[in-house]
Design a protein around this ligand. Structure first.
Ligand SMILES: [Zn+2]
Length: 314
């Protein structure tokens, strides 16, 4: 689950009181009170390099959505695009920065040693079934990325949202001499810098959704409108579409997600014509099976729904 975003219809000023209160409490409890040792005259208990901030931002794999064809099980669910990976971003105002963490979907069990060796050394790689920083991954992150980042500091404070604030996580941070401090919920976009990255990604995505190739206002560019594969809507972007292949004895349907249907459709048509492309998708495999058996067939295309490429930010 992602932190609930601020309701943007609510004016920012509504949060002013809470934000000020949050800062006051933070200052009182975190900066002024407690231990006297190593108390910095200007900064208090934590000098800037000991103030870390962590959050995550979904990384969309919009480009790869062009050809993710999946066979639709009989009576099964439609292909549901899921987040592929998430950045775990942690930083501090000064000093060397913690490594960037990346959480991929899956278990990571089947990754070969060779592949692991080829990982970019500046990035720590994690796996979680939903590519999300649950408590388990957050603890792994503390033990690996954070441990390395705070080596040499006898104390630090880690600002994070309360979603990863399970006891287990707090204990792991405490072992390193750190304190977990929750940020003010509900208004992260007003002051959380990582949120800016999310917003930036969101902007990129929305630009992507309205790319110039979309030719807004124009839904179809087929020379003969009657022959349009998508009933006059072949230029629609980011559609989950279905190909229904019928013969006189059977019907098979395939669901795909295309950023650009027209391009995807062209690729499919090519794969039906060229035997060396017969294995490029489940759909082409099926079509070639029918062609091999010399069974006449018909393919109908339709849009199941419109969607945005992997965008879990909104
Ligand atoms: Zn068309």
């Amino acid at each position: 689950m992602r932190a609930r975003q601020r309701n943007r219809k609510m004016p920012k000023q509504n949060f002013e009181v809470d934000l000020k209160k949050w800062h006051a409490t933070t200052r009182e409890k975190l900066v002024r009170t407690a231990r006297n040792d190593c108390y910095d005259e200007k900064w208090g208990r934590f000098i800037p390099r000991q103030r870390l901030n962590v959050d995550q931002s979904p990384l969309p794999f919009a480009v790869t959505t062009k050809r993710t064809y999946k066979h639709m099980e009989k009576g099964g669910q439609q292909h549901n695009p899921k987040r592929q990976c998430t950045f775990r971003i942690c930083f501090r105002p000064t000093g060397d920065q913690p490594k960037l963490g990346i959480i991929f979907r899956g278990t990571g069990k089947w990754i070969s040693e060779d592949e692991k060796k080829a990982y970019q050394p500046d990035i720590d790689v994690y796996f979680q079934e939903n590519a999300w920083a649950d408590t388990k991954v957050s603890v792994e992150w503390v033990e690996k990325t954070l441990t390395e980042a705070v080596r040499g500091d006898d104390r630090f404070v880690l600002f994070c949202n309360n979603l990863t604030g399970q006891t287990w996580f707090k204990e792991a941070v405490a072992k390193l001499g750190g304190i977990v401090w929750y940020r003010l919920p509900g208004a992260t976009d007003l002051w959380q810098p990582v949120e800016c990255i999310s917003s930036h990604n969101k902007t990129l995505l929305s630009n992507y959704n309205t790319a110039p190739t979309q030719q807004r206002n124009k839904q179809c560019n087929c020379r003969t409108k009657d022959e349009c594969a998508l009933q006059g809507k072949c230029l629609e972007m980011n559609v989950v579409h279905q190909a229904i292949v019928t013969t006189d004895t059977e019907t098979e349907s395939y669901v795909g997600l295309a950023t650009n249907f027209k391009e995807s459709f062209r690729n499919h048509t090519t794969s039906f014509r060229h035997v060396n492309k017969r294995n490029s998708t489940e759909l082409s495999k099926h079509v070639w099976k029918l062609k091999d058996a010399k069974k006449p067939f018909n393919i109908a295309w339709k849009v199941l729904r419109k969607c945005k490429p992997y965008n879990n930010i909104q």
